[in-house]
Design a protein around this ligand. Sequence first.
Ligand code: NAP
Length: 259
Amino acid sequence: MDLGIRGKRALVCAASKGLGRGCAEALAEAGVALVLNARGAEALEATADAIRQKFGVPVTTVAADITTEAGRAEVLAAAGDVDILVTNAGGPPPGMWSDWDRDDFIRALDANMLTPIALMKALLPGMIARGWGRVVNITSASVRSPVPILGLSNSARAGLTGYVAGTSRQVAPFGVIINNLLPGIHDTDRAESLDRGVMAAEGVSMEEARKARMQTIPARRYGQPSEFGAACAFLASQHAAFMVGQNILLDGGAFNATM
Ligand code: NAP
């Protein structure tokens, strides 16, 4: 399918690895020029090179922490006018409800709620002025179904989801489409670090920890970043013009519900 976005320009945040990289690759395959961000320059440059070589699109890199005001300013200055924004950042650490104080919540809200909101606030006016834009926010399956040890994530992402629900309807009249993608368990470094937590807590091997988690997923496997990226590219495409403010779950059927 031709996604109709060849020649557009996208900013993909937190994109040197995992789900962000999956989104960057799928957009590059559709012919989109990229601005990629992550904190670590080495992995970021390696990813950018691999994408340039494989897909032949221009890729600009900005090594910066997207959750800080200074980092965002650097990224936005390099990005300039973009047609497509994919927001993403690392997820907050796991723990118990009783572990977290105000500062922990402020950090989680900054990273997973206020950062995507700040990026949208900066880039939506240009999209509106040009009469075309797409925003895809990487949130989490925990928005639909809580992961109890990820209370910081559950809270911050629920806030972002509420913001998108209203804002997406305010910008839709101008050809600007905002949707959220909700990953269930995907095969990335993040999933591995959570599996390591299970290993330590339950005294099991990595293989046993993975196997047990796969049993909770009807598809009986973890998702792949490439599958996630394909869904992101669709939401960024011309074909998603009538999908407004949706929360699309990619979880292999793990969330058990009729609708
Ligand atoms: P990942 O494999 O650990 O990759 C994270 C990427 O984000 C890396 O490129 C990392 O590079 C970059 N990054 C992290 N913090 C950043 C920051 N502050 N500023 C800029 N770049 C940053 O993680 P993932 O699995 O792709 O997860 C992406 C998001 O989806 C996370 O918020 C995660 O909580 C959420 N999620 C993941 C899953 C899953 O199963 N994988 C499920 C539900 C939700 P640097 O470290 O060099 O910055």
